[in-house]
Design a protein around this ligand. Structure first.
Ligand SMILES: *[C@@H]1O[C@H](CO)[C@@H](O)[C@H](O)[C@H]1NC(C)=O
Ligand SMILES: *[C@@H]1O[C@H](CO)[C@@H](O)[C@H](O)[C@H]1NC(C)=O
Ligand SMILES: *[C@@H]1O[C@H](CO)[C@@H](O)[C@H](O)[C@H]1NC(C)=O
Ligand SMILES: *[C@@H]1O[C@H](CO)[C@@H](O)[C@H](O)[C@H]1NC(C)=O
Ligand SMILES: *[C@@H]1O[C@H](CO)[C@@H](O)[C@H](O)[C@H]1NC(C)=O
Ligand SMILES: *[C@@H]1O[C@H](CO)[C@@H](O)[C@H](O)[C@H]1NC(C)=O
Ligand SMILES: *[C@@H]1O[C@H](CO)[C@@H](O)[C@H](O)[C@H]1NC(C)=O
Length: 404
């Protein structure tokens, strides 16, 4: 029971920014919109029922184009794909989205914006649309896309209880399909360039513990392997996913690991007698994070460049959790929305407790951060020191890349 809503631990929500229609407007004289129409399942068909043919290879001159942004992974970064799927892992009921402009749920696991939304703000673009959204067509394709799906993990069997979610092989398959659609629109060469220039964010790992290894006391995975062996296996599988992203053209990838999993209100409620952070999950994330950083370092050496950037989300979260007052929060133990001890036993729903001021809480629901906590995390992603961002932070990356 209990774990039914979650994806990994942190997430925030996003709202559909009343369109900061950025200066990113592609050159309209060159763009013929409306190439395809997307079925809710992600399949695309030409408006006239045939395959779309390539249109105008010269569309969208470089100088005019905001950097595309692609997002992969779990509920921390899902902008609403799961709303198009048959799964229980959805944030589609109030009060999710209560602080978004529409005050309605958007599919994000937050009261408002989530981490990728805030990054989009810094890039100067609209929030990424879920890949399964029918609105992702025409010029919107140039903004990028969000392939993330709440409940997924590094492993295919993680989140099996959520049934129909976009596991990593499918997210990568959709990325390929997206690139074909982009090629139809702006030509193959330009599409490839845009993908190479894009910023990419991926968040994985939390669910491989929460919704797999530690889901039941004697889970299959925990019978199979010790925690250290399981973590090594996860890292080797995460590596394959990152290599695949590289092969698909990604050249700047921010990699988020798990947060301090044991401190999520859900884990305090379920796995800790005292209400302190649950020790087994804390052990998991302290094994996982350094090995992830090391693997990323090795990959960069192999590729002779800083393709992958390790965001130490564990440390970012830890700062807020260990001293919430220092960041203007009232509590980091109790979720704003939920039921049971620490509001962590059942997830946020119309029947749950709801705090009046979301900005006072680190956690929005049993696993995911409030918008305000997400903003603080993105501040570290932007400006953090080497302890937080290795080999460098996003503001440095953006200034390097702007000279490309
Ligand atoms: C759009 O493209 C045309 C043809 O290349 C060019 O003449 C025009 O200046 C461009 N407009 C903008 C706003 O870049
Ligand atoms: C998606 O939907 C379209 C139209 O409804 C259908 O033709 C296609 O087979 C579906 N694809 C999948 C993978 O379900
Ligand atoms: C775009 O496609 C939609 C749906 O197929 C159609 O109703 C609309 O007229 C098209 N717009 C243009 C500019 O072709
Ligand atoms: C459908 O659209 C494609 C691409 O615009 C075009 O090449 C093709 O001729 C159209 N087919 C029909 C039957 O209109
Ligand atoms: C996960 O599934 C994909 C395709 O469905 C498969 O290629 C891959 O080997 C699987 N990964 C593992 C670790 O079993
Ligand atoms: C990053 O630091 C710069 C310079 O100190 C500052 O102007 C900017 O607002 C900071 N950005 C974030 C997201 O904290
Ligand atoms: C991160 O960003 C800040 C502000 O932009 C900068 O001063 C700092 O040196 C950067 N640190 C690293 C390690 O990149």
């Amino acid at each position: 029971m209990v774990h039914y809503l979650m994806a990994s631990l942190w997430l925030t929500l996003g709202l559909c920014f009343a369109l900061r229609a950025s200066t990113a407007e592609p050159n309209k004289t060159h763009v013929v919109a409306n190439v395809t129409h997307v079925e809710p399942n992600g399949t695309h068909v030409a408006a006239n029922g045939t395959h779309a043919t390539p249109i105008d290879p010269n569309a969208s001159p470089k100088g005019n184009q905001v950097r595309p942004f692609f997002v992969f992974g779990d509920s921390l970064v899902d902008n609403g794909n799961n709303n198009y799927l048959i799964t229980t892992a959805k944030a589609n009921k109030p009060p999710y989205g209560i602080d978004s402009p529409t005050r309605q749920p958007t599919g994000r696991f937050s009261n408002g914006l989530n981490i990728p939304d805030v990054i989009s703000e810094y890039i100067g673009s609209e929030p990424t649309l879920p890949y399964l959204s029918p609105e992702l067509k025409g010029e919107k394709l140039l903004v990028g896309a969000n392939f993330a799906s709440a409940g997924v993990g590094i492993l295919n069997d993680t989140g099996f209880q959520f049934v129909n979610i976009l596991r990593m092989p499918l997210q990568l398959e959709y990325f390929k399909e997206y690139q074909q659609r982009l090629s139809y629109k702006i030509g193959e060469k330009r599409a490839k360039e845009l993908v190479n220039q894009a910023l990419v964010l991926i968040s994985l790992g939390g669910n491989d513990f929460v919704n797999n290894y530690f889901l039941y006391p004697f889970s299959v995975r925990s019978q199979e392997a010790s925690l250290p062996d399981y973590v090594r296996y996860l890292i080797s599988e995460y590596r394959k996913i990152l290599v695949k992203l590289y092969e698909l053209g990604a050249r700047r990838v921010i990699v988020m690991g798990s947060g301090p999993l044991g401190c999520a209100p859900a884990e305090r409620a379920q796995h800790s007698v005292t209400g302190d952070c649950a020790t087994n999950l804390q052990a998991a994330s302290s094994l996982f994070e350094p090995q992830l950083t090391e693997m990323i370092n090795d990959l960069n050496t192999e590729y002779h460049g800083n393709v992958f950037i390790a965001a130490n989300t564990r440390l970012m979260h830890h700062d807020m959790i260990s001293d919430p007052q220092a960041y203007g929060f009232v509590t980091s133990k109790t979720a704003c929305c939920g039921i049971g001890p620490f509001n962590g036993l059942f997830t946020c729903s119309p029947l749950a407790n709801l705090c009046p001021n979301r900005d006072e809480y680190v956690f929005w629901d049993a696993y995911h951060p409030t918008e305000r906590a997400s903003r603080l995390i993105v501040q570290q992603i932007m400006n953090g020191t080497h302890d937080y961002m290795k080999p460098m932070n996003l503001s440095v990356i953006m200034s390097i890349d702007s000279n490309m």
